[in-house]
Design a protein around this ligand. Structure first.
Ligand SMILES: [Zn+2]
Length: 413
């Protein structure tokens, strides 16, 4: 076996650095292998024999991999050979993480599985290896396996905040709100941080699902439960929707006004949230009718305090546009422009679009020009990809983070 390897190496030695590394590792391992065999009396006969067999298998595999050009696999086999009787557990955890962060997740999985299977590993380290394995699966996008493995960790020890947080994230990602709620509640019991806001949001997601299916009673129950945890904006918007389906428009108007006064900044997306399509056609048209009444109430609102808020104005403009009333939307913006500047690029873009829509080309051109001037003035030509440092100069060494050649050209303003 070693003679074959030697001949092969002689022919391929100039291949590249990785091969060289493999050769060095092989030589070291073969050396240790021989020394250990001689150091017989220190180990019991039975143990020594099984080690010998295991190492021999790994060496055989490794040399076969090497000859077929699969160097990475060879390294793995060699590492396994080293693993057979050396207690370098930390090194393997480090190696596992290294493989995972470099995107070679299957190798990380291999390392962590072999750690878990070790007979003489302490329970704490086995648990750590199991956690690492779950993170590997998670990183690889194998959601089912990740969930299963994270759950296995919790079966051994429930008080694993990181694991619970990971399960929360996964279930929130896949919008499995029942499970997301389950683990968020667990986190609130075990962890130091208050989870009421998030629990409330999850309950509202459940409430929205029921709402879309036309199951308003179940939707209302979830909304009320959410309110007990936190009176967040999402709870209040969902409450308005439920008032509308129950034909309580006046009550919904009061709630909307209060909500906008407390959180004017949310004005522009309250209406996006209110617009929901219910899957049952009959229930949907009833809801859209009530929503129209609420929208009309908002558009005719002459509340001075509210009218001073740009996001409420933007909500008005967008609502009018959605109703096909571009000319009214333009009126709102132009009236606003007389007393206040247009807020940010968004309002300016809305304005330009409405001008184009109303065939006012020369005004549109003038406003577009102003927008372009302000965009150019507010953005630099270059930025640092490392730290975000902005500059019009060409900086080969970033003056902020001192990295070389991190300069990027700015395509997007
Ligand atoms: Zn920098």
């Amino acid at each position: 076996m070693n003679l074959d390897l030697f001949l092969w190496l002689k022919e391929n030695i100039r291949d590249h650095a990785l091969t060289l590394a493999v050769v060095v590792v092989t030589i070291i391992l073969v050396y240790h292998f021989v020394v250990d065999r001689r150091r017989g009396p220190l180990l019991s006969n039975k143990y020594r024999q099984s080690l010998f067999e295991l190492q021999a298998t790994h060496f055989l595999n490794a040399s076969q991999y090497l000859m077929s050009g699969q160097k990475e696999n060879a390294i793995e086999e060699l590492l396994s050979a080293a693993d057979a009787h050396k207690e370098k557990v930390e090194a393997y955890f480090a190696l596992g993480r290294l493989y995972r962060t470099s995107g070679e997740v299957h190798k990380a999985v291999g390392i962590h599985k072999s750690l878990i299977a070790r007979e003489n590993l302490s329970e704490a380290l086995r648990l750590q290896a199991l956690k690492e394995l779950a993170v590997d699966y998670d990183k690889a996008g194998l959601v089912d396996k990740a969930v299963e493995t994270f759950k296995d960790v919790l079966k051994i020890n429930r008080e694993q905040l990181e694991v619970i947080k990971n399960l929360c994230r996964i279930f929130e990602d896949i919008a499995d709100w029942d499970q997301a709620l389950n683990y968020r509640l667990m986190l609130s019991k075990l962890g130091p941080e208050n989870q009421s806001d998030t629990i409330s949001h999850i309950l509202i997601e459940q409430s929205k699902d029921f709402f879309q299916r036309g199951e308003f009673l179940a939707s209302k129950e979830k909304c009320e439960e959410a309110l007990k945890h936190s009176p967040s904006v999402s709870v209040r918007i969902q409450n308005i929707k439920l008032l509308l389906v129950n034909h309580k428009v006046t009550h919904a108007q009061v709630e909307l006004l209060e909500l906008l006064k407390e959180h004017p900044l949310y004005g522009s997306f309250v209406f996006v949230e209110l617009f929901t399509v219910i899957k049952n056609q009959e229930k949907n048209s009833a809801y859209q009718l009530e929503l129209k009444k609420l929208n009309d109430y908002f558009l005719e609102l002459e509340d001075l305090e509210l009218l001073k808020d740009p996001s409420v104005q933007l909500a008005k403009v967008r609502l009018l546009k959605n109703q096909g009333r571009s000319s009214d939307a333009l009126d709102v913006l132009e009236k606003w422009k007389k007393s206040f500047p247009l807020q940010g690029e968004v309002m300016k873009i809305e304005h330009i679009q409405l001008l184009i829509d109303q065939n006012r080309q020369s005004d549109a051109l003038k406003e577009t020009n102003e927008l372009l001037v302000s965009l150019q003035g507010s953005s630099t030509r270059h930025f640092c990809s490392q730290c975000g440092h902005n500059s019009d100069h060409v900086f080969w060494r970033c003056p902020q983070c001192h990295q070389w050649e991190t300069i990027q050209f700015r395509w997007k303003v």
